[in-house]
Structures are given as C-alpha cells and as structure tokens.
Design a protein around this ligand. Structure first.
Ligand code: ADP
Ligand code: MG
Length: 596
C-alpha cells in the first residue's frame, strides 16, 4: 500500500498533511501526485466529489512553485462559490508551514474590489469560478501570462452549469506553455471538445468509478404508486431516525412542495433550489452542514454547490434522466469507509430506468419494500430506548423538578417507569401508523397492523380472533417477519391482520375471525428455521400450553394491554406532552414529534 512518505512530497507539505490527519493517499492522490511531481504532461483524472482531488492537484503544484516569481503561477477553476471557498481553505491548510506561498480566491456574489485588493498584494495560486475569472480577464485586472498550471476542477459540473464560453475565453488567454489538469467524474461530449482543443497528449488516470460501485454504498429502489410517493418518503425517514440525507427532486416546484410538506409534518427538513437568494441558500446550507437539518430537499443544480458528502442517505424522489446525475447523487454517501444508502422511490414504469442504470454503471440496485407501519413502530421504540440509554441529562435543568416527580412516581418501579415512557412514545407511532396500508406495488394482499382505537370505531371493524404462536423475539421474530410468515403460509388470501404482540418466547396476533380455520390449517405443517410452528386460537388471552419460562412474559403482556387502550383514548398532543422534554432536547434526532 502506498503512503504519503513514498509519494515524494517535501517535508513542509508532509508535515501539513500529517497535521491534517491524512495517512493514506486516496486512489486519485496515489495516482496523480507522483505523476504530477515527475512530469509536465497534461492530465485527465476521473474522480468523484469527495475523493481528495484538492490534494491530488495542489500538493505537486505547491511543491513545484517558483518562490522567486511573485506572479500568478496556478489557476484553479471550480464550478461554484462554495467549492472555491472550500478548495482554497483546503490549500491554505496544505501551505500552513510555507508562509511565503500565497493564495487568493475570486468568485461571484462578493465585492470585486476586495478580491482585487487581495490579488494586488500578490498571489501564487488563484482559485476562482469561471464567471468571475473571465470578468477580471475582460477588465484586464487579472493577468495570467505567467500561469504554469491550469486546473479544471469538477470540469463536467462547470460545463453543465453553462460555463463553456467562460472556459473557452479563459483557456484561450492563458499561455500555451502550461500544464493543464482536468478533474471530472464523467466525460460528457462537450468536455471532449475542450480536451481536444486545449489539452496536449493528456495522460488519463482513473479513480472515478470507486464511489458509485463502492461496497459501502447500498443501492436500493422501492416501487410505489405515484400518489404514495410522499407517504413512502415519510416512512423511509421514519424508519431511519438518525438520517442525514438529501432528497433529490427534478424541479424547484417539486422541491418546494415536498420540503413544505415535510416541514409541516414536523420533519427536520428544508429546501435548496434556484429560487432562493444567495443569503437564503447559505443559511440553508449552513444549517444542513451543522446538522441542524437532517434532510435537505434539493434539485440537482442547487445541490451542486454543496460540499457535503458524508450523507447517510441519498433519496431519489425522482430518478434523474442521466446516468451521470445518478452517480453524482449517490457519490455523496458511503464516504470515508462509512456505509451509505442510495434509495430510489419509483413507480412501476421506472423499472426500466433502474435496469439501465444498473447496466451502464455496473452496479446492482436491489428492490426493497417500503417498511410497514409495524416495522417502523418497532424500530422507533428500540431507538427511543437506546436514546434513553445514551442520553446525557442536563442536571441543572431538571434538578428543581426532580423531587416532586420522584414523589409522584414513588409507587411505580424503575422498570415500570422506563416501560411506560417508552410506551408513551411508541403509542404515537402506533396511532399514526394505525390502518397504515402496505405501500409497495405488487405487495401481497394482507395488510399490516390494523390497530383499533376508540370503542365506537371498533364496532364497525372486523371481528378478530386472537392466536398464540410459539415464536417470539428469541426466535428473531418481529412484526414484519410475522406478517411475512402469515402471508407465506396463508398465501395472501385477503385476510386482515389485527394487533400483533411479540413477546420473548412466544407471540400473539389477530386475524379476521372468518379466517380462523384457515389459520389453523395453514400452520399445521409449518416450520420456522426447521422448528415446528404451533399456532392455536387463544380464547383467554393466554397460551394454553406454556413452559414455566414464559410466565414472566405473560405477566408483562397483561400489564401492557390495558394501558395501551387507555393511552389510545388520549389525544396525541397529550401523549406528546407527556414525553419528558429533557429526552427530546438532547436527542440527536429531530423526528420525535412527527406524529402529532
Ligand atoms: P474533492 O475535491 O475530490 O471533492 P476534497 O479534496 O475536498 O475532495 O477532499 C474531501 C475531504 O477529504 C476533505 O475534508 C479532505 O481534507 C479529506 N481528505 C482528502 N484526502 C485525504 C486523505 N488522504 N486522508 C484523509 N482525508 C483526506
Ligand atoms: Mg474539490
């Protein structure tokens, strides 16, 4: 394996990158740095955003700068203001032990005078957007006659943002005798023209496909009806309470609409699209960067300037028309060894597109069901419990109320309090997802949890029979798996499933009474991982056959049931207020109140 020591970097540079915590060069760095240190040949490198391109091109340049010459020796062009700032900040860190090297960045949306003053006081390296650099060339305020290196960073992005004319103008004014370095994730045809016109015998290095095919990105798609897309999106967010992701839309209208709905539904979300002013954009990006927002709804164009690539999820609310766009989007997750998920919410007719992307990108996009209401409820309950486990309580805030609270709860055991807290929280989800239908197109006919609440409504609903099954958490059973098992054994014959209770050693479930005999018959010869399954009608809310080890569970389930009924009668607001505020506050997730 290559290390930075073996790449041939000068001591001051090596010291800087070590201080920055760089240990192992990224693939594009390992390929480009030795090449650029050794040769003046032009270079094309295929690499995605976030693969360490800045170091790949700037370290050799810094090392080869002529410190006797005060003129501009390197010009780096980046697509957006944000990328300019990010890139020049990164280069400033590389030169932290080289006080004589100077760098200036120039971009639109900021006063020209200030940038010109900085340029006048001298710059070896200029990082700029094509628009502003071209402006300065036209007004003869920037002179690139001494430029030895021209870097086109994220070249495909610059072209897709319409900078072709600016690039042409800039490229034709810089001296012929220079080294041109082009970095890009893709090679659109427009770029081939640039390469042919302005580059000489470039050497190509390829570190470009690693993101999209990276093992740490899981590519998924779910098929729903067009009218269920938003509901499906919500479920994906709900089942991933710690999500940090971008939802990609096609138009600014979609972007606005979806973001507005999410905000209304109390998600930690906002929109990024072309209608925002620069300060508005920056405000949103700042909040997202600081993780004050968990979900950003964005168009591809608006997301381009965003230097955030450490997402947990990329959600394609609409699939893009271009393969490159899919690669760009997905490449924002699965970084730095962390795993990431790219999920497309599609309708049936988009399946062909999925296949086309799989084929041309050489990846597998797996079908995954949108989670059922009960799967989400379970996930959220466990997440809540984990949060209680990890939370750091701000003592000073809670201290004044402790005595009274303890007093009021003194007749309840600790275990019971924890259980009730979790239950209060869980109940909101259950309420929200009560009657939640299966959103998956082509899903089997059984519907997940039909939770019944108020007495009045209950009478109109299906009469259920309650069944005991000899499988529980110990057998890795969960509500989702039980529903699947029921569908499998009963071949999805259109029955309705009621309440499901998964206990440690066994479980209960309810099925439309008309199907009582079908259930018994269906499970007669069924087995679970080789173990015979036993299913019986449970008339007395308790299994007729039970081992002594199960008694504890039964006790617990008896305590649970009446409270669920009582809680269901309370309004959501009540139960939400009942949740302790200190738990909400320190929680990483902002999704705790989604279900009001
Ligand atoms: P790109 O320009 O390809 O989008 P950057 O050069 O901005 O990527 O690098 C992305 C992030 O990765 C930066 O925070 C950078 O400091 C970090 N980084 C780059 N190279 C390495 C490395 N070899 N080891 C650790 N971190 C790195
Ligand atoms: Mg970059």
């Amino acid at each position: 394996m290559q290390t930075f020591q073996t790449l041939g970097l000068a001591p001051d540079i090596f010291k800087a990158i070590s201080a920055m915590g760089f240990e192992i060069p990224t693939p594009v760095q390992a390929k480009a740095i030795p090449q650029l240190l050794a040769s003046d040949q032009d270079l094309i490198a295929y690499a995605q955003t976030g693969t360490g391109k800045t170091a790949a091109f700037s370290l050799p340049i810094i090392q080869k700068l002529n410190m006797e010459d005060g003129r501009i020796q390197a010009l780096v062009l980046c697509p957006t203001r944000e990328l300019c700032i990010q890139t020049s900040n990164e280069i400033k860190k590389f030169i932290q032990f080289m006080p004589n090297v100077s760098i200036v960045s120039v971009y639109g949306g900021d006063a020209k005078e200030k940038q010109l003053r900085s340029l006048k006081s001298g710059a070896h390296i200029v990082v700029g957007t094509p628009g502003r650099v071209h402006d300065f060339i036209r007004s003869r305020q920037l002179n690139f006659s001494a430029v030895r290196w021209l870097v086109l960073d994220e070249a495909d992005e610059m072209l897709s943002m319409g900078f072709k004319d600016d690039l042409d103008a800039i490229l034709s004014t810089t001296p012929n005798e220079k080294q041109t370095l082009l970095f890009s994730a893709t090679m659109p045809s427009e770029m081939q023209t640039i390469v042919r016109t302005y580059m000489r015998n470039p050497i190509e290095i390829n570190a470009g496909t690693q993101n999209v095919s990276a093992e740490n990105i899981k590519h998924l798609y779910s098929v729903v009806k067009a009218t269920d897309k938003y509901a499906a999106l919500k479920r994906i967010l709900d089942v991933n309470p710690d999500i940090y992701g971008i939802v990609f839309c096609r138009t600014r209208m979609d972007t606005k609409e979806i973001a507005d709905k999410l905000i209304e539904d109390d998600y930690s979300a906002d929109a990024l699209h072309g209608d925002l002013s620069q300060p508005q954009r920056e405000h949103v990006m700042k909040r997202f960067r600081a993780k004050q927002l968990q979900v950003l709804v964005a168009t591809d164009v608006a997301a381009r300037g965003l230097d955030i690539n450490n997402l947990s999820h990329v959600i394609h609310y609409y699939l893009p028309d271009q393969l490159e766009t899919y690669i760009h989007r997905s490449g924002r997750t699965g970084r730095a060894g962390k795993s990431g998920v790219s999920v497309a919410i599609i309708t049936g007719r988009d399946k062909q597109k999925i296949q086309a992307i799989e084929k041309s990108a050489g990846i597998k996009i797996a079908q995954k069901d949108i989670p059922t209401g009960s799967e989400i409820c379970e996930k959220r309950l466990l997440h809540f419990v984990d949060n209680i486990h990890q939370i750091e309580v701000e003592e000073a805030q809670i201290a004044p109320y402790m005595l009274e609270m303890e007093n009021r709860l003194k007749d309840i055991s600790k275990e019971e309090i924890v259980k009730r807290l979790a239950f209060v929280e869980f109940n909101q989800f259950l309420n929200y997802y009560r009657n939640a239908i299966d959103l998956n197109v082509g899903a089997s006919s059984a519907k997940p949890i039909k939770e019944r609440g108020e007495k009045g409504k209950r009478q109109e609903r299906t009469a259920f029979s309650r069944f005991f099954i000899n499988l529980g958490q110990r057998h890795q059973l969960d509500p989702g798996k039980l529903i699947k098992l029921l569908n499998k054994e009963m071949e999805g014959s259109g029955f309705e499933i009621g309440k499901i209770e998964i206990l440690r050693n066994f479980s209960f479930f309810e099925i439309d009474s008309n199907y009582e005999q079908n259930v018994i018959k269906a499970f007669r010869d069924a087995n679970w991982n080789g173990e015979p399954i036993s299913v019986e009608v449970s008339k007395d809310k308790a299994p007729s056959s039970q081992s002594s080890g199960d008694r504890g569970d039964r006790g617990r389930e008896r305590e649970f049931r009446p409270r669920r009924d009582r809680d269901n009668k309370r309004s959501n607001t009540d139960s939400r207020n009942a949740a302790p505020s200190n738990f909400k506050k320190k929680k990483k997730s902002k999704f705790s109140n989604n279900f009001a």
